[in-house]
Ligand binder design. Structure first.
Ligand SMILES: [Zn+2]
Length: 802
């Protein structure tokens, strides 16, 4: 869910999908099967399959009723016991220790042969394992099942997802219609009732506590994922969080689903339901067959929903398909079908009059158009509507997964074949990562560089990529590479996943209309790991040979426990900031180097901070939010209000007394407005038409010998330049000009505008070229250090973490 912004784009969509849909109708025929045999005699005597109401005491979708995670787990346990179509598994524990669950749902016959179906998937995903004349593949395609993964509730305030998971499971387990039997027979459904079980309880506890109060229906005053909040759905290549790791390791990589349905909610006032096709741009490494499959499936679902009379369904609006952070499956042979249902106020009804409906990218929600054939008339919208749309969407998806079983499997095999074919001239043959130690400066830079290298290799391996070690030195593209160089050939099943993460992104210059302002991407525009992690990588186009080392050559990283760790306070606003969570995660990962605790508004306001802290970090957050916090009208007193005047005075005193305040990205604006630093933000008031950078990697130049930058792996080590250069993760941040000698620029954005952008998208480079990126301001006995970027971006930019 993201706030909707008015933007109008017209677009012509090919009639191909419609033609395919009409043609496909002929293939759809109901199936009749004999009664399902029971898997064990005692099961036959079991009572009927329980409905969610039998366990919860209410029906999912009832107004003002949320289920606790324990109740959802209990429902699935009872379903598992009562039905021979459901197998429940605990895959592991979440960040806060709750069980993370997977329900595998299919016909009893299929469930007996899961190992065989996994084997079929493994071979079709990697055609190197079968003979090349397609005979074996044809047999596997004939025998296999469509693997459909349905993930719910990654965003915990989007409460319909975890509730509808029970309805979906119940209908699959209890319904004996021809349609459901066809789904069970031809598909294996992998249902994850919540990708964030901790958040189910965080949201329910807050919602129940505030029922009947002014804060009923508000978001909780904390992140709904312990570390990363809403960004938990931006972790599908960095794999930083336990929940992402469990899903990738134990579902995606075991099953290689052809279809993944990710159930979400959007804002209250837009379309009622979004499904793909996505809007452009698509990340260019995604295979064309995935793109075509997404377009077909979304359009087919929308067609079925129209037949059910569901109004307000939009396709080809709002959401693009650029970042792999939301789409692991697009690089692993599977389509991602995102659905976004309009929200209510958590579980409380809302009312949206027709004239209050707001436009979204590529759709005016009050006007009928080709991609929005049945506008919604406005009015009451409640949890029951949400659950109903979600369930209809999921069943439309499963019906098309079953009907076109053979097609999904054949495409999946074809994608694998394309991935392992020989590379053509002009295509990269391999990427090489030479060993880091010895290339960076001694000491910390070598340490952080090695951390980066190890993380890149582990990310690629977790993503199924084969990474080899060269046993001895070798030559490629006329250059010598030492023993221990990591070799990542492109001809392998998930080579495209490696390629997109290792190369630089060139985001297209999209405008709302020709010559108009930039069209905002749905998420960020860059994901080049070697830049983010301070690691050298080479792209090689010509074929070469090298000797593979028999085992893995590892690089030693010492874990020095630093004796004189500064006492860090990490500012934590009740208007929860994801960047705060990411900072906390990073500090928790490096406890040998940092010691910190969180500090909230009341503690800052109380004062006497210097006695407790040497340094206070204020993560990326809008200045007004920092000062004003949550609304006093809607939120209870203990969490309402921000730093206020008392908090600002207390921070100023802390600095005078010798403390250091570090502000990240937008929080630097807070320092400018409230801490009296002699620094100007040159981007203040500059319209997007003149400057725009929505999440890209930029080049910065460090002042010679700057002690603040000590320990950072530098770009010069990758042969970029003789200057001391590094990167900045820039995402709608400020850029500084100092106005007094008390302020010193420690790092600037690259002085040549044409050199500034390393990966992603940037408009108006001249506006910030040569301007301050890190500024240090002396005040009394202390100082303020201001970053114009996020040095710890989503736990990925370890190049600037030191
Ligand atoms: Zn969402």
């Amino acid at each position: 869910m993201q706030p909707t912004r008015p933007r109008f784009i017209t677009k012509i969509y090919p009639a191909l999908v419609v033609a395919a849909l009409v043609a496909s109708q002929a293939l759809c025929r109901p199936m009749t099967l004999a009664a399902t045999p029971r898997r064990a005699p005692e099961v036959a005597t079991k009572s009927r399959v329980p409905a969610p109401r039998d366990v919860l005491g209410f029906t999912p979708g009832d107004d003002r009723k949320l289920a606790a995670w324990a109740q959802i787990v209990e429902y699935f346990k009872q379903l598992d016991r009562a039905s021979d179509r459901v197998q429940l598994e605990e895959l592991g524990k979440t960040t806060l220790g709750r069980p993370f669950m997977l329900a595998t749902i299919s016909s009893p016959e299929n469930l007996k042969r899961l190992d065989r179906f996994k084997e079929i998937q493994r071979k079709l995903a990697d055609p190197r394992l079968i003979n090349s004349n397609d005979d074996e593949a044809n047999k596997l395609v004939a025998e296999g099942r469509t693997i459909v993964m349905i993930t719910c509730g990654v965003h915990s305030t989007e409460v319909g997802g975890n509730l509808v998971s029970m309805n979906i499971a119940h209908r699959l387990a209890s319904d004996d219609s021809a349609e459901t039997r066809e789904i069970l027979d031809k598909c294996i459904v992998l249902l994850v009732p919540s990708l964030n079980p901790d958040g189910v309880d965080i949201v329910k506890n807050w919602y129940d506590k505030t029922l009947g109060a002014a804060s009923e229906g508000t978001a909780p005053p904390e992140l709904y994922h312990h570390y990363v909040g809403h960004d938990n759905n931006r972790d599908w290549y960095a794999f930083t969080q336990i929940e992402t790791q469990l899903t990738v390791d134990k579902v995606h990589n075991v099953w290689h689903p052809q279809i993944v349905h990710d159930i979400h909610q959007q804002g209250e006032t837009g379309s009622r339901f979004f499904i793909p096709p996505y809007v452009d741009p698509w990340e260019p490494n995604v295979p064309p067959l995935i793109q075509a499959g997404v377009n077909f499936m979304g359009s087919a679902m929308a067609w079925e929903l129209a037949a059910e009379g569901k109004r307000g369904v939009v396709i080809n609006g709002v959401y693009d398909a650029w970042t792999p952070a939301r789409a692991y499956q697009h690089y692993h042979g599977g389509i991602r079908i995102l659905s976004e249902t309009a929200s209510a106020r958590i579980a409380s009804p809302t009312n949206v009059p027709f004239e209050k409906l707001t436009p979204q990218v590529n759709v005016d929600t009050r006007v009928r158009s080709w991609n929005f054939p049945m506008p919604w008339p406005g009015g009451e919208w409640r949890l029951a509507n949400i659950v109903d749309y979600m369930q209809s969407g999921a069943f439309a998806l499963m019906r098309n997964a079953a009907r076109y079983r053979e097609r999904w499997l054949r495409d999946f095999y074809q994608i694998g074949k394309d991935a392992v074919r020989e590379r053509k001239p002009g295509e990269p043959f391999a990427f090489l990562i030479p060993p880091t130690i010895g290339r960076h400066d001694e000491g910390d830079a070598g340490w952080w560089g090695t951390v980066g290298l190890k993380r890149i290799v582990s990310i690629l391996r977790r993503g199924g990529v084969e990474v080899f070690d060269a046993e001895s030195a070798f030559e490629a593209d006329g250059k010598q590479y030492p023993a221990g160089t990591k070799v990542i050939p492109m001809s392998q099943p998930y080579g495209a996943f490696a390629k997109t993460l290792l190369e630089r992104q060139h985001y297209p210059d999209l405008r709302e209309y020709p010559g108009g302002p930039p069209r905002r991407p749905y998420d960020v525009t860059a994901h080049t790991l070697p830049l983010l992690m301070g690691v050298d990588v080479a792209r090689v186009e010509k074929a070469f040979t090298f000797a593979k080392a028999p085992g893995e050559l590892d690089y030693f990283i010492s874990h020095t426990d630093y004796a004189d760790k500064p006492r860090v306070g990490l500012y934590k606003s009740y208007a929860a900031s994801m960047d705060e969570g990411w900072t906390r995660w990073i500090l928790d990962q490096h406890r040998n180097r940092f010691s910190y605790r969180s500090v909230t508004d009341p503690e800052v306001r109380t004062g006497n901070l210097r006695a407790r802290f040497d340094c206070i970090i204020i993560p990326d957050q809008n200045a007004r939010q920092i000062v004003e916090g949550l609304s006093k009208e809607r939120y209870p007193a203990e969490v309402a209000g921000g730093l206020g005047e008392a908090g600002i005075a207390s921070l100023k005193k802390f600095i005078e007394d010798g403390g250091t305040v570090i502000t990240l990205n937008d929080a630097s604006e807070f320092a400018i407005e409230h801490l009296g630093v002699p620094v100007k933000n040159v981007l203040k008031g500059v319209p997007p038409r003149e400057f725009y950078c929505p999440g890209s990697i930029l080049k910065i130049e460090l002042e010679p010998g700057a002690s603040l930058a000590k320990g950072a792996p530098l770009l010069k080590s990758v042969g970029e330049s003789t200057l001391e250069e590094s990167i900045a993760w820039f995402e709608t941040g400020p850029a500084f000009e100092v106005t007094s000698r008390d302020a010193r620029v420690v790092a600037r954005f690259a002085s040549e505008p044409k050199d500034l952008l390393l990966s992603g998208w940037l408009l108006g480079a001249d506006k910030i070229a040569g301007k301050g990126a890190i500024v240090e301001v002396k005040r009394g006995a202390g100082r303020v250090i201001m970053f114009a970027f996020r040095p710890q971006y989503r736990g990925q930019s370890t190049a600037t973490l030191p």
